[in-house]
Design a binder for this molecule. Structure first.
Ligand code: URA
Length: 280
């Protein structure tokens, strides 16, 4: 009976060779006949080969191998967006601890918006959040209450956050501007520039794994571009070396309910990006 055995190269003809016999679980000294080139392993005595049990019949139909989908390739992180806008020089330097930073924002007079604000709107949420949502600027309610996204748009933002499995308190929410522009007009480039270091300092303190730019103004200011939001969506960018995904502003979604499906696509892209970053 032939048995598979690994036979080492033989030093001399007729020398006994130690052969490991699989299944027999022992090593035998066996004489090898012929020259090394011709050497063959003689049959193994039957008494050292244990009886091999007949395998149990395989049930039919056989279980199918489980389908494991190919992992999706990570979305590419794009370089800075073309179509840049001219920005004024960057604003004031900022302290990198929460208390000093918050105190500096409360007392800020870096742009004329301090003259018309009720109060500054610093930011809210978990200061160690993995997700950071960045909006445009405080509106009327935010200016009154001192907290970002507390009006109707804020309710919808909360729902968007819930859709990715998180609560408002588990993310960090901030705005491009810390003060309300009169009549909710768009932030002027000088106002955004004066405020930018506050946001950068908040980002440096939170160190999130992903940023969601909420709306056109946030996206264009963060990416320093005039490209329309429709062209910015669907890609992953980087701001301060953190992946950034663009979605619609909830105030726009309140007016254009049919766009909610596309906003969900953006959040799914953000989720994918976030999960891939967790695996790195
Ligand atoms: N819209 C924003 O972009 N930010 C807010 O805080 C409120 C409304």
């Amino acid at each position: 009976m032939g048995i598979d055995a690994w036979v080492p190269r033989i030093a001399a003809p007729y020398a006994p060779v130690a052969v490991f016999i699989p299944y027999a679980d022992q090593t035998l000294e066996v004489p090898i006949a012929g020259t090394p080139e011709e050497a063959t392993v003689p049959p193994i005595p039957a008494d050292v080969i244990p009886a091999v049990e007949t395998p149990a019949p395989v049930p039919f139909p056989q279980p199918q191998p489980q389908f494991v989908p190919e992992p999706e390739p990570p979305p590419p992180i794009l370089p800075p967006v073309p179509n840049p806008v001219a920005m004024p020089p960057p604003g004031i330097p900022c302290p990198h601890n929460w208390d000093d930073l918050a105190a500096q924002v409360v007392a800020c007079t870096a742009c004329p918006l301090h003259l018309t604000r009720t109060q500054t709107v610093f930011g809210v949420g978990d200061r160690e959040a993995r997700w950071m949502f960045i909006g445009e600027a405080p509106g009327e309610q935010e200016d009154l209450q001192g907290e970002p996204f507390v009006g109707r748009a804020g309710q919808l933002l909360n729902e968007m956050i819930r859709a990715i499995g998180l609560k408002r308190e588990e993310v960090y929410i901030a705005n491009i501007l810390k003060c309300r522009p009169p009549k909710n007009r768009d932030p002027a480039p000088e106002e955004a520039a004066a405020c930018e270091n506050y946001l950068k300092a908040q980002l440096a303190l939170v160190r999130p794994d992903i940023i969601v730019a909420v709306g056109r103004i946030a996206a264009q200011n963060l990416l320093k571009t005039a490209t329309p939001i429709g062209k910015l969506r669907g890609q992953v960018y980087a701001y301060q070396e953190i992946p950034l995904v663009v979605t619609f502003h909830p105030a726009y979604l309140l007016r254009s309910q049919t766009e909610k499906r596309r906003a969900w696509d953006d959040l799914k892209l953000a989720l994918r990006t976030f999960r891939q970053r967790q695996q790195q």
